[in-house]
Design a protein around this ligand. Structure first.
Ligand code: NAG
Ligand code: NAG
Ligand code: NAG
Length: 217
């Protein structure tokens, strides 16, 4: 077994659309940011700009997973999960979240307002647009040597509401990064099938539809 196990989330039946929001806002300097916004998901009711704006950011995934093996908590590294080019060119190092999730309907996770967007890698990963309604996103890396047949217990905080759009979500563990290609999902669908036979066990047993919260063993 390789040293790094990648944990992916797969969301079915969700279309991430770019909507009334320009990427420019993510990299713009603060002064420009104040003026360069649209209506809709870009502003609060008081017309204050929302940063990051748009439906995709708003819908950022917010389940959390903890992994336990042999009674030890496995560290999940959630850094270096985003593409370097996304981080450097599309997300400002001097742009901080502002007014995020302050509208009536909360679409997903919250962001730490004291970290610039460039350091919020789960956001960067989430904002890489997906071409298909089923997509996968890297959740984190488990940098621990696991042996074949190791049992992993996963503690799920089931926050993310996929029922409202009739979607499902899955968690997949894989030793393959799937990060190399331009479009990881299309390019590596067969690798995903390959990962099903990993010695970690059958990931379908990690998938869930309707059990809110709790533990999957
Ligand atoms: C693992 O983390 C949980 C909280 O998430 C904590 O309650 C527990 O004591 C930790 N276990 C070990 C073995 O560190
Ligand atoms: C998580 O996202 C859901 C929407 O899917 C939202 O209703 C909920 O308030 C969010 N919870 C947290 C803790 O961010
Ligand atoms: C937000 O980020 C700051 C700076 O890294 C950190 O000190 C703080 O604990 C974080 N807050 C939360 C709620 O994670």
């Amino acid at each position: 077994m390789g040293k790094v196990v990648f944990a992916f989330i797969i969301v079915h039946n969700m279309i991430l659309v770019l909507f009334s929001c320009r990427y420019g806002i993510l990299t713009a300097r603060t002064s420009r940011m104040e003026t360069d916004f649209n209506t809709g998901m870009d502003t609060t009711k008081e017309k204050q700009p929302i940063v990051p704006c748009g439906l995709i950011a708003w819908s950022i995934f917010n389940d959390t997973y903890k992994f336990v093996s042999k009674n030890k908590n496995l560290t999940v590294n959630r850094k270096d999960i985003a593409w370097g080019s996304d981080r450097r060119f599309r997300f400002g190092s001097d742009v901080y979240p502002k007014n995020f999730q302050r509208r009536d309907l909360i679409g997903g996770g919250h962001l730490n307002e004291s970290l610039p967007l460039r350091q919020q890698e789960d956001l960067i990963v989430w904002m890489r647009t997906a071409a298909l309604p089923t997509f996968r996103k890297l959740y984190g890396k488990i940098e621990v040597d696991l042996e074949a047949k190791d049992e992993i217990e996963i503690v799920i905080e089931n926050n993310y509401n996929t029922y409202m759009f009739g979607g499902t979500k899955k968690l997949v563990l894989s030793t393959t990064t799937l990060m190399g290609g331009r479009n990881p999902f299309v390019g590596t669908a067969y690798l995903f099938i390959g990962s099903l036979s990993l010695p970690l066990g059958d990931p379908s047993y990690l998938s869930w539809n309707k059990n809110p919260g709790g533990m999957i063993k």
